[in-house]
Unconditional design. Structure first.
Length: 140
């Protein structure tokens, strides 16, 4: 994230602060990760890690500002599908499989902005998209 904003940080237009937070996940246990705060003038946007093992992604970070929250998700092109099976007694009533990351939306492994369900869209993050997201979330 800091790399996307390098020229603004070097120019003193954005200040970045790191603090460690504790995350606890069912299969990974507890661990520390950095939380970033971006100060843009009088506005602050926080990049808060949510988890490594999240449905449909290999990680999630929420960007939280005064004007809302954006989800950033780490995605890869080919991701296993979620499979469900409904069994009553010993009889399988229903089985289904759904790919969580349609290949047409994912160009390569990387960070994407994801909208909320039910109609999730994913937009690959670039330096410009990340800067625009910070401006949108702050009051800038």
């Amino acid at each position: 994230m800091e790399e996307y904003l390098k020229k603004y940080i070097e120019a003193g237009e954005i200040q970045v602060t790191r603090t460690n937070i504790q995350i606890s996940e069912e299969f990974l246990g507890s661990y520390e990760v950095p939380k970033l705060s971006f100060q843009i003038g009088s506005e602050r946007v926080v990049a808060k890690p949510i988890g490594h093992r999240v449905i449909a992604a290999d990680g999630r970070v929420d960007l939280i500002g005064t004007r809302g929250t954006l989800r950033l998700v780490l995605l890869e092109k080919e991701r296993p599908a979620i499979r469900t099976k409904i069994v009553i007694g010993e009889r399988v009533v229903e089985e289904s499989s759904k790919s969580l990351n349609p290949a047409s939306e994912i160009n390569e492994i990387g960070w994407y902005i994801a909208t909320l369900p039910p109609r999730i869209t994913r937009t690959e993050i670039s330096a410009d998209a990340f800067r625009d997201a910070l401006v949108e979330l702050s009051d800038g």
